[in-house]
Write a protein that binds this ligand. Structure first.
Ligand SMILES: Cc1ncc(C[n+]2csc(CCOP(=O)(O)OP(=O)(O)O)c2C)c(N)n1
Ligand code: SF4
Length: 273
């Protein structure tokens, strides 16, 4: 199955996203990647927390769980442990995954459970009206930072890498076909994979930051993104400002479900004196 219609709950459309929201571009990239995997919808489970981005599974015709804010990874861990045969995809926002869900995020990466996380980073809490998230860049405005954010932001990809994720990549919705290839690589990886998809929120973020025009926001992401290879050649200040893209981690290490199955097998062996 590879047509979008085969994977969409057409009866749930039109979607709730604002005109110009980038979330639909990420959804389409996910569907293109999943379509190439040769899976049937019954083999896939998509889990999300709460937020605009976390509405995604509502539109996808696979097994879906729309859970509680910050807890997508805990539910997904339970699903994967009970049904290691399922391909479990987690869809989450920067707030959902790294604020309220921050601990779950780093520990899922540390234990290297076989989940593919697509994290929509729009630099804001979109659904609740634009509060600052841990990803809001310093100096940018949010409803809770009306004079500009004074906290430094997380580098989410670096956070996942430091915690132990075995595949980590970042791309913007300005390059949707690069994004779907990275998602496909993440889906093929056995272990904790993260694709950080930089996506515009013209409504809650753009409006407060003189970027309410959706096309301009996508163009901003395109202009300000640069490959990690090129970023390495830039002066420190320019590098800090850039949205670095590409694959940051692609390694192999023991995966949690496999280690757990081995443990169970070991404990079932008859004890010999
Ligand atoms: C325990 C709890 N705290 C707060 C909320 C309110 N809430 C719902 S969505 C959200 C923010 C979502 O932001 P993000 O994850 O960045 O997703 P986006 O909407 O930007 O895609 C918050 C704070 C909630 N539903 N549950
Ligand atoms: S508030 Fe922002 S993230 Fe939410 S649907 Fe609107 S544009 Fe998208």
């Amino acid at each position: 199955m590879s047509g979008y219609d085969d994977w969409l709950r057409l009866d749930k459309l039109p979607h709730i996203w604002c005109p110009g929201c980038g979330d639909g571009i990420v959804l389409k990239a996910i569907l293109r990647a999943v379509g190439r995997m040769g899976w049937t919808p019954g083999q896939v489970c998509m889990v999300s927390g709460i937020g605009c981005s976390s509405r995604t599974p509502g539109y996808v015709d696979v097994n879906t769980l729309h859970t509680t804010h910050g807890r997508a990874l805990t539910f997904a861990t339970g699903v994967k442990m009970a049904r290691p045969d399922l391909q479990v995809i987690v869809v989450t926002g920067d707030g959902d995954a790294t604020a309220i869900g921050g601990n779950h995020f780093i520990h899922a990466a540390r234990r290297n459970i076989d989940l593919t996380v697509i994290l929509y980073n729009n630099w804001i809490y979109g659904m609740t009206g634009g509060q600052a998230s841990p990803a809001t860049p310093a100096g940018r405005r949010a409803s809770t930072a009306p004079f500009g954010m004074i906290e430094p932001s997380f580098d989410i990809a670096a956070l996942a890498a430091a915690a132990g994720a075995t595949f980590v990549a970042r791309e913007t919705v300005a390059k949707p076909f690069v994004l779907d290839k990275l998602i496909e690589r993440a889906l093929r990886k056995k272990g904790f994979s993260l694709v950080e998809a930089m996506t515009p929120c013209p409504t809650a973020f753009g409006r407060r930051n003189h970027q309410a025009d959706a096309v301009e926001m996508v163009e901003y992401l395109r202009i300000h993104s640069t490959s990690k290879e090129r970023a390495a050649t830039l002066p420190e200040e320019e590098r800090r400002e850039a949205i670095t893209t590409g694959v940051f981690v692609d390694i192999d290490r023991p995966e949690f479900c496999g280690e757990y199955a081995k443990l169970v097998e070991r404990l079932r062996e008859p004890v010999t004196a």
